[in-house]
Design a binder for this molecule. Structure first.
Ligand code: IVH
Length: 664
């Protein structure tokens, strides 16, 4: 065969494969079997292999490219990627309809209703029909370049099927189906890799990989919901735009409807809520958008969201389950927590089989018996809880549960409840589980941050009598480690290296790591400044002197004084220093935001909350968790919840993620 016909053959195979992609992903009606499809793909790959000069950049064989080095690069969005305002109940949705009618001065407005997929927004830029760049939402103004990973997603065309404008940007949601999420976690469980808490995190983690080979294995999906091309005259509404997107070979959500009847829209929302659990991907509401492009222009935008659309959220998911048993857990301060083991259920993408019951009062208030059928709820990422008992289904053999007279699950000593406390505690200072959790806390990220010293190793070290308390960590040597199961020369060396590094630690990290009740990282930093990084000075303090410090209340002061006056605690702290710990002082705070207090709320796209907090603090800010008039500004991410409302009421300054970006 001559060269020209080879080229033609390649082009026609690509066209054929793209056509079948369209049938499969857009129309959901495949015309050929998977085996036939694979066969076409193999034919193409084989011709390309013997004719490498003819390989087209948009060939389906080019989906998995080379890893990017370093970090993902940032790019500005041509048009900001906005977020959506939420309506959390029907009233707020009706208020939205009324607002739209008022602004547009019209009684009938056509809307499009789409499921709100709980995934990750992405912008796809096509130049002359070919996918050139894919960006994450980022802070809405600047996103990360994830082109190499987006190309691996089979439902996203590398080349648009029909003629398209010279440049077009299509936006939509990347997500992982519940099934793929489960398969991924099962696989990772076996290989000891990262377990994701929900499909959204798994999708976000997958598209932010440096190596597209990893992303390609993750089975991601995509639905488009808008395109930005302001010069386009022929498309005058959202519905037609979605149809245009489909013709280009992009999947759009099949549950989408168009209607001018508010009752029909509300019904659609309710229907989606009803079938939510049977859909193979997570949705957390519906998005209701004004259809007409000219009307949208008239209605306009807020700073971070369009006024012409709203996300109507579903109520948090509730699922029935049964309490199989109630077990006790002991924490590092000896607090005993009752935990209900329930028959496993899936809520918002996560498998739930343990639910904390907090304390006896909570069990009594909700009248939870062992073997009771219960309603379990989990909203978003929040910890699951038992909402209520289904008393009508209480089995005859259901039995009451009481912590009274129970003993510690770890050391078996009797647990006690102080008169003024809601919790029972194990008072045995040598209780193994308490020691273990204290050590785990001491070495955790925000404390001494000793990498490689996980719970299983701590357990081994205690069992082998290599350590008896956190103070012994500084004495661990390679010889002792090599004798342990699963420890080699290299891993022993690494761990001893991490311990050596941790011997020089900031005062606030050590103080936080000790686990003094009521002393979190924030208080630890305040105390560090007050006592100038000296534990000796801290020991001299009294409840009165400590309570005088801005930000330290009497309860915290009391708890610190009690802790440092306890001889056992003090001798352990001294032992840490004898074993090589040195406290280093960080520079007293300075920076742009000195003296200003901030709250971070909602999901940020480029930073975890901990990272955002660190950046703010580096610039001198105080970061707290609740909104009050003492707060200067609130950094708002996606789904901010009630804190944003409160901040608006108090007329605080509101910033988005770009504020953090600008600080770095
Ligand atoms: S439209 C200008 N439609 O929800 C409006 N967003 O909270 C831009 N999302 O960042 C978004 N499904 O990632 C739109 N059908 C849908 C959606 C959707 C999920 C996400 C999107 C956005 C977030 C807003």
């Amino acid at each position: 065969m001559d060269q020209i016909s080879k080229q033609k053959q390649i082009a026609s195979l690509i066209e054929e494969i793209n056509f079948h992609n369209y049938q499969y992903y857009v129309l959901d009606s495949p015309l050929i079997s998977d085996a036939e499809y694979d066969n076409l793909f193999r034919q193409l790959a084989s011709i390309e292999k013997s004719n490498p000069n003819f390989v087209l950049p948009y060939s389906p064989t080019q989906r998995v490219g080379h890893p990017v080095s370093g970090t993902l690069s940032s790019h500005p969005h041509e048009y900001p990627m906005l977020s959506l305002e939420n309506a959390i109940n029907e009233n707020e949705l009706i208020e939205f309809f009324n607002r739209m009618k008022k602004i547009s001065k019209s009684d009938t407005i056509e809307y499009v209703v789409e499921p709100k997929i709980d995934g990750m927004g992405v912008a796809l830029i096509y130049i002359n029909g070919t996918l050139k760049k894919a960006l994450t939402r980022g802070d809405g103004y600047q996103g990360e370049d994830i082109t190499h990973n987006i190309k691996t997603i089979n439902s996203i065309p590398l080349k648009l099927l029909k003629k398209s404008p010279e440049k077009v940007e299509i936006r939509g949601e990347i997500f992982m189906t519940k099934k793929s999420f489960e398969d991924l976690n099962n696989h990772n469980h076996k290989t000891g890799d990262k377990i994701f808490s929900n499909p959204r995190n798994a999708a976000a983690g997958s598209v932010r990989q440096l190596d597209p080979k990893v992303t390609a294995k993750r089975k991601l999906s995509f639905y488009a919901y808008e395109y930005t091309n302001p010069d386009e005259e022929s498309i005058t509404n959202h519905w037609d735009m979605l149809n245009q997107i489909k013709l280009w070979g992009m999947p759009t959500n099949p549950f989408t409807i168009k209607s001018s009847e508010e009752t029909v829209i509300i019904k659609k929302h309710q229907e989606m809520e009803k079938i939510r659990s049977s859909i193979d991907y997570e949705i957390d509401g519906t998005v209701i958008k004004v259809n007409s492009a000219s009307l949208r222009k008239k209605i306009g935008f807020r700073s971070r969201s369009p006024r012409w659309a709203i996300a109507a959220k579903f109520e948090s998911q509730k699922v029935d389950s049964q309490v199989l048993e109630i077990v006790l857990q002991v924490g590092r301060t000896g607090v005993i927590t009752p935990v209900a083991k329930i028959s496993p259920v899936f809520i918002s993408g996560a498998r739930i089989q343990s639910v904390t019951l907090h304390n006896q009062d909570e069990i009594d208030r909700k009248e939870i018996y062992i073997k009771d059928y219960v309603v379990v709820e989990r909203s978003g990422d929040v910890i699951p809880k038992i909402v209520s008992v289904i008393k009508s289904r209480r089995p005859v053999n259901a039995s009451k549960f009481s912590l009274h007279g129970a003993s510690c699950p770890s050391c078996n000593s009797q647990i006690k409840r102080k008169e003024d406390e809601a919790v029972y505690r194990c008072l045995n200072a040598n209780c193994k589980d308490q020691i273990k959790s204290r050590i785990e806390h001491f070495v955790s990220k925000k404390a001494l941050n000793i990498e490689g010293l996980g719970p299983q190793i701590i357990d081994q070290l205690i069992m082998q009598k290599i350590i008896y308390s956190y103070a012994d960590i500084f004495k661990i040597n390679e010889k002792a480690l090599i004798a342990l199961e699963r420890f080699g020369e290299k891993s022993s060396e690494n761990l001893v290296g991490s311990i050596e590094t941790a011997k020089k630690t900031e005062f606030s990290r050590v103080l936080y790591g000790l686990g003094v009740p009521n002393v979190g990282e924030h208080i630890a930093k305040i105390i560090e400044n007050h006592v100038n990084g000296s534990f000796e000075t801290l020991r001299q303090e009294t409840v009165e002197t400590l309570s005088e410090i801005e930000g330290v209340g009497e309860i915290v002061a009391q708890s610190i004084v009690e802790y440092f006056n306890n001889e056992i605690n003090w001798s352990l702290i001294q032992k840490c220093f004898e074993n090589g710990l040195q406290v280093i002082r960080t520079e007293p705070k300075k920076g742009l935001l000195l003296g200003k207090t901030f709250v971070v709320t909602g999901t940020l796209n480029n930073f975890s909350r901990v990272e955002a907090k660190e950046i703010l603090e580096k610039n001198g800010a105080n970061v707290v968790s609740s909104v009050s008039s003492k707060v200067f500004g609130v950094i708002v991410g996606d789904n901010p919840g009630s804190k944003l409302g409160k901040a608006n009421k108090l007329e605080l300054k509101i910033y988005d993620e770009s504020f953090i970006q600008n600080l770095i």
